[in-house]
Ligand binder design. Sequence first.
Ligand code: ADP
Ligand code: MG
Length: 434
Amino acid sequence: MIHREVAAQLDEQSYLTWFQRVRFELGGADRVSVLVPNRFHLTYLRHRHFQTLADAIETATDLQEPRIEFRVVEDAGGDADDPEPFDEPKIAAPMPESIPLNPNYVFDQFVTGPSNRLAHAAAVAVSNSPGTTYNPLFIHGSVGLGKTHLMQAVAHVFVAKGLRRLVYISCAAFTNDFISALERNEIESFRNKYRQADALLIDDVQFLASKERTQEEFFHTFNAIYNEQKQIFLTSDSPPAEIEGLGDRLESRFKLGLVADLTPPSYETRVAILKRKGRILGMEIPDDVAEFVGRRIHDNVREIEGALMRLQTLVTIERRPLDLPNVEYSLADILEEHHPRIDLPRIQQAVVEHYDVSILDLHSKKRSRSIVVPRQICMFLARRHTNMSLGEIGDFFGGRDHSTVIHGVAKIEKSLASDARIQTAIETIERTLR
Ligand code: ADP
Ligand code: MG
C-alpha cells in the first residue's frame, strides 16, 4: 500500500497532515494519480514531498519510474489505507474532455477589490443569465490573477443550474482535440460536440496565436454558439488586439460583448485575500502578519498562496506561533526574490545613479569632493546593510586600506547628523535599494 510506505517515511504529524486525505489511483501501465483535496495541498506535496511519494509508489507498486500525476478532486477524503477507487467529479454530460472543476474555484472564495471588480461582476452576471448579458465575456490579465478561478466559478454555477452540454476546456486542449480529429478523420463528430454546446468556456485563448487552422475552426465554433445565443466566455493573458497573429475576424468577435481586465491586487485586497484564505486553511492570521506579507508580495495571487503554504507549514508542522519574527524567517527566501539582497554592487549602482558619477571614478584615486562623497556613502551603506568587513570594503574600492574605510564611514555618519542634503541622498538611495 502506498499509504503505508509513505507513513513509514514520515513523522506521524506530517503524514496525518499531508497524506491522510490523499488517494491514489493506478491507471495504465505506469501511471499513478495522486488525488488531493485542494490546490494548496497539491503544491505542497509536489514541492515538499515529491521524493517521498515517488519512493513510496515505486516500492508499493513495483513500477520503475512511474509517471506521477497530481489531481485536485472534491472530497478526496476518507480513511488512509483504503485505496478504493472513487469517481471523478462530474460535469453534467461532459461532451469534450472537460477539465474537472476545482471545488475551491467558486465565487464565494473569490476576494474582490478594484483590480478585479469589473471582471468579477461580469462573470457573476453571465453565470446568472447565460447568453443574455455579455456575450462573449472576455477576461484578460497576466498569470495568477484569477482568470481560471472566475471561469470555473461560472462553470460551477452552470453545473448547478443543470446546464447540460457545458464545454469548459483550455484552448490548448481544444487545439489538440481538433488536430487529432483531423488526423483521425473525425472532424464531423468534433464539430458536433463543440458546436452544440449550451455554453462554451475556453481558457487561455492566447494559445490560438498564429495557429491558422485552429483559428478557422474556432471561428466557426464561435459563430455557431453565438448565433444560438448561448454563452461564450473566454480568458487570455492579453487583450484581443494584442494576441499576436490573431485574425481580424476573431479579434472583432472577441470584442462583441464585454472585455474586462484583471490587474494585480491592491494592498488592501492582498491583505483581504491572505486573511480569507488563511481562514479557509484554518489559520487566523494576525493583522500585523497579514500586513507584512501583503506589503512584501504584490505581483499575483498565486504568490500569495505560496506564502500561505509556508505559514501553514509553520503552524501545523513546525508548530510555531504565527508571529512576525517566525513569519519573516520562514518566508525569507520567497521575499528575497522580490527584494534582492542588498550588496555592495547594488549599493554602488544606486549611488552612481543618484550622483551621476561613473563607477570607474569611484574606484579611481580621484579625491575631488564630487567623487569622494559618493564613494564614502557607498562605504557607509555597505557597513549598514551588508556583513562585509572594513577590509573587504576597502578591497572592493581599488585596494584602499581599512582605515580609509573607517574614516569614510565616520565622515558620513557625522554629516548625516547635520547635512540635510546628505540625509536626503541617503534616504533616497536606501529607498531604491528596498
Ligand atoms: P490565472 O488563471 O489568471 O493564471 P488562477 O485563476 O489560476 O489565475 O489563480 C491563481 C490562484 O490565485 C488560484 O488558486 C486562485 O484561486 C487564486 N486567486 C486569484 N485571484 C483571486 C481572488 N481575487 N480571490 C481569491 N483567490 C484568488
Ligand atoms: Mg489560468
